[in-house]
Each structure stands twice: as structure tokens, then as C-alpha cells.
Design a protein around this ligand. Sequence first.
Ligand SMILES: Cc1cc2nc3c(=O)[nH]c(=O)nc-3n(C[C@H](O)[C@H](O)[C@H](O)COP(=O)(O)OP(=O)(O)OC[C@H]3O[C@@H](n4cnc5c(N)ncnc54)[C@H](O)[C@@H]3O)c2cc1C
Length: 402
Amino acid sequence: MSEPQEILIAGGGPVGLVTGYALAKQGIPVTVFDENDELQEDPRAATTHPATLELLGQLGVIDQVIAQGLVSPIFRFWDRPTGEMVAEFDHALLKDDTPYPFVVQCEQFKLTHILLDLIAGLDNCEVKFSHRVTGLGVTADSVSVDVETPGGSEKFTGRYLIGCDGGRSLVRKEMDIDFEGFTWAERFLVLTTPFDFEAGRGMCYRNYIADPEEWCNCFKVAGDGPPGLWRTVYPADPDAPEESLMGDDFVQNKLQNFFPQGEGYDIVHRNLYTVHQRVAATFRKGPVLLAGDASHVNNSIGGMGLNGGIQDAMNLAEKLAQVWKGDADESLLDRYDVQRRTYAKDYVQQQTIQNKKRLEAKDAQARKRSQDELRAMAADPGKARAFMLKTSMIEAMRAIED
Ligand SMILES: Cc1cc2nc3c(=O)[nH]c(=O)nc-3n(C[C@H](O)[C@H](O)[C@H](O)COP(=O)(O)OP(=O)(O)OC[C@H]3O[C@@H](n4cnc5c(N)ncnc54)[C@H](O)[C@@H]3O)c2cc1C
């Protein structure tokens, strides 16, 4: 009997679909399983950094992502107690470093729709919705998954399995891979409103507002088109019950405390997220690989989680295609593990923890030092470029390629 050739992917979120499309474009047969009955209108990720835009360019979807998102060249740091704008950074300083010297604010559900449409035009990639992976088994040259389908339980067998099944990954757990790190006590509350913070408050499309009591991030996303929507993110009291944090009075007060105005806010979404900093102990165990949130999770300040996941997907698809075609041996998959796990641990975890500490610093001296540092970097084009090579994820991408 011939060996199975298919690549199986658990999870049809943004990372599963990028991986599936990138592999299928290279002629490899792929099946993606997702437990939902259709794509989710997921309001999580939006900020897509230059390093990731370059990869979306290679994948051939960059024009659609830019067309459906908001191009955002600048970002700002603010100090809430004084109301002062501390520093502004302009990606234009990266014009010689990347063809995309800007961030694109494009919601992750738009990316998944773009990819699903492209996959529909290929005959070697299938996305099976309402298919929940419930277990798996590994042999010397194949992987099988048990899948709960609308017609009952089925078994599918492939040559490799990629777990793109999110932070609670069943694939990671079934393979007994530790998810090392910690969970923050506070959750993040996200309130979305059409109120125009640019006209009303002098905000640009990406703002980080520091406050020793209660920081805030304020972003614009395109939504269904002009005028767009604004997302505000706050830390939530760890001891408060979810019902009170999500209640009408509480969310109105939250926005009014930060951004007082005469009228009530029109709040179109309210979401509460538990926040983790974790990285899987390995991204590869035999023929099973992990990518995206299944392999690493972090707080959303700086917008790096999905960026890292798309970078995993593109890195893995390139290497796995070589191995699948017999152009490289399987040790190349260990390089995927080393490169992407190093990136997640040494860069994304450190950077996102530092981003959070910068916003919430309570000690007056530490806050002053941090703000003086931001001002000094913003005032010096060389230092500002060096800072943005980090925030845009370009520096770390270059480092792991070396
Ligand atoms: C408030 C917030 C804001 C964020 N903002 C940003 C940002 O601006 N930029 C950024 O880069 N990142 C951001 N992130 C992080 C980003 O949302 C995640 O990193 C991203 O969703 C990960 O994509 P994924 O495909 O790996 O996982 P997911 O999006 O979680 O998708 C996993 C998929 O797997 C499916 N699945 C799960 N289990 C099974 C199973 N057993 N069988 C079959 N299917 C299964 C699910 O249905 C889902 O479709 C943010 C996160 C939050 C919470």
C-alpha cells in the first residue's frame, strides 16, 4: 500500500488557512479541518506589521489586505495623567528596509475570507467545516486524526499533521507538549465604537496610552468601510465578575472616564480576553508540527500574536514543501522548530511583556525614564529607525534567518 501523501491541518483560522494555501500553491494536497460551521467574524487581530506584509506579498494577497484595511504609517505614545502626546513614530523611516513602510490595520476575519476564496479555486486543498479533531495517532510514516463530522466519527490519514488549532490546541495536548509560561491576573476588555477619536481626541490609527492606574490602547480598524470603527483596550479587574465588566453601565463609564463626552457611546462590540504569555516546549514532534496560537500566545499590546503565526505558517510551508518533494531531509523541520521557537521566546514574549510594563509602570521614576527614552528615540531618526526595526518585527526576522 502506498504511503499517505496528504498534509492535514487542524484549525481553519488565519494561520491554518495561510499554511494550507501556501502549501497547496506548491502543488501539495492539503485538508484543513475546522470545528466551526463557517469562518468566524473574529474581532481579534488587526495590526499587520511590515515583516508580515512582506510575506503576504509573497503569498499574493497583499493588495487585497491593503484594500480591505487601513494603511497606518504612524503610531503614538501618550501619557494619560498629563494628557501629553509623548512621542510619535513614522514608519517612513523604514523606506529603505521594506517595501511596506507602514502597518495595515486589517481585521483577521478579512484575511480568512480572502484565503478561503483563493483556496476554493484550487483542486488540491479542501477546507472541511463542522469537522472537529478529537484525537490523533502517529505511526512511523503517517498521522491519523479522529474527526467528529456531521455524519459521525471519521478517521483521516496523512503524511504530516499541523496543529493550527489555537491557544487551547488539542493537537499540542495530545502530543503531550508543554505550554510553558504564565497567565496574567487581569483580563483585557475591548470596547469598539464608531466614535471618531481622530477628530474628537487627536488620536492617530494606533495609540498607546500609559497610566499607572489604568492604561489604554486605542486603534482604528476599517470595519465595513468608512467611517470605520475604533477599538479601545483596557486592563480589567481580576476580581470583578464577567457580568459586571460587560454590563452597560460599566462599559459606558469606562469609556467616559477615559474620553469624557456629553453623550453616551455607541458600543458595537464588547469582548473580554484572558491573557497568556506561553510558548510550546517544541514546535515539532515527529510528523506533527505546531503553528500560530497553538505554539505561542502573548498579550496583544504591540499586535504581534497573529503576525508571529503568519510568519510561522510561511516558514513552515516553505520547509515542509521541500521535505514533501524530497528536496530536503526531515531535519529541515527541526530548523523550523528552532527558528520559530527562538523568535517566539526571545523576541515576541520579551517585547510584548516590555510593552505592557511600559504602559502600566507605577513608579514615577520608571515612568519618567521610559517616557524620556521614547522622546529621545522619536527625536533622533537613527534611533527611531532602530526602534521601529524592532516594533515592525523586521529585526527579529532578519536575526533568525542568519
Ligand atoms: C484582543 C486581541 C487583539 C489582538 N490583536 C492582534 C493584532 O493586532 N495583531 C496580531 O498579530 N495579533 C493579535 N491578536 C492575536 C491573534 O488574534 C491570534 O494570534 C490569532 O487569532 C491566532 O490565529 P490562529 O489561526 O493561530 O488561531 P485561532 O484564530 O484561534 O484559530 C484556531 C482555529 O482552530 C479551530 N479549532 C480549534 N480546535 C479545533 C479542533 N479540535 N478541531 C478543528 N478545529 C479546531 C477554531 O475553530 C479556529 O478556527 C489579538 C488577540 C486578541 C485577543
